[in-house]
Design a protein around this ligand. Structure first.
Ligand SMILES: CC(C)(COP(=O)(O)OP(=O)(O)OC[C@H]1O[C@@H](n2cnc3c(N)ncnc32)[C@H](O)[C@@H]1OP(=O)(O)O)[C@@H](O)C(=O)NCCC(=O)NCCS
Length: 174
């Protein structure tokens, strides 16, 4: 099966807080736990905030990947994106990011931003592929191992939704 065909067998949907079923929320927590080792992560808690937006990629009855972002005024801040370890490299994270960017365009968001660990080549590769550029580095941002955060952003034209071409403002060694 081709990579595109594998990704297209999954569907991406936005999860509304009032319509989120317990099984899906538990599945998201399990993916977070497997992907980040975050046993404290709670999709339920995340979705209680009115500004939280969540998308899930599922295949049949099973959730395989999720994305959580905060939409505040004209910014969309991607907080977490993770794919179940058994479904990596099938385009699921790309599909989730693309859907969240579609939402951003519809909502006339000007800036999509995120932080990522400097060592996270997979995620940095994903964001770069979608046009994000490096806007800064926050030294020792992650308290668990004092790792730097790389700040990345994608500017959108609020009228047309077109991605604004950008260049890295900071050079990062990978
Ligand atoms: C980062 C992550 C979400 C990518 O998920 P995915 O569903 O495998 O991603 P995709 O299949 O859509 O890959 C998209 C692109 O990301 C990059 N990428 C993904 N995995 C990669 C890897 N292991 N090594 C290098 N680049 C990688 C590539 O550019 C890839 O495009 P390509 O396959 O055409 O080369 C996944 O690795 C993950 O869940 N990691 C743990 C959690 C995490 O670190 N989240 C990000 C920080 S919040």
């Amino acid at each position: 099966m081709t990579r595109e065909a594998k990704a297209s067998s999954a569907s991406v949907l936005q999860l509304a807080a009032d319509a989120a079923d317990g099984v899906t929320l538990d599945e998201i927590d399990a993916i977070a736990s497997a992907a980040f080792g975050l046993s404290q992560f709670s999709a339920r808690e995340e979705l209680r905030r009115p500004w939280t937006r969540c998308w899930v990629a599922r295949e049949g009855q099973r959730a395989l990947a999720f994305l959580i972002a905060w939409h505040v005024v004209d910014e969309l801040h991607v907080l977490n994106i993770a794919t179940c370890p058994t479904a990596l490299r099938r385009g699921l994270a790309t599909a989730l990011m693309s859907r969240s960017l579609e939402y951003a365009r519809q909502e006339r968001v000007r800036l999509v931003l995120l932080e990522v660990r400097r060592s996270n080549r997979a995620a940095i590769g994903l964001y770069r592929k979608l046009g994000f550029t490096v806007t800064g580095v926050r030294p020792r941002y992650y308290s668990d191992n004092d790792e730097d955060a790389v700040e990345m952003a994608l500017a959108l034209d609020p009228e047309t939704g077109a991605a604004q071409p950008g260049r890295d403002e900071v050079h990062i060694e990978l």
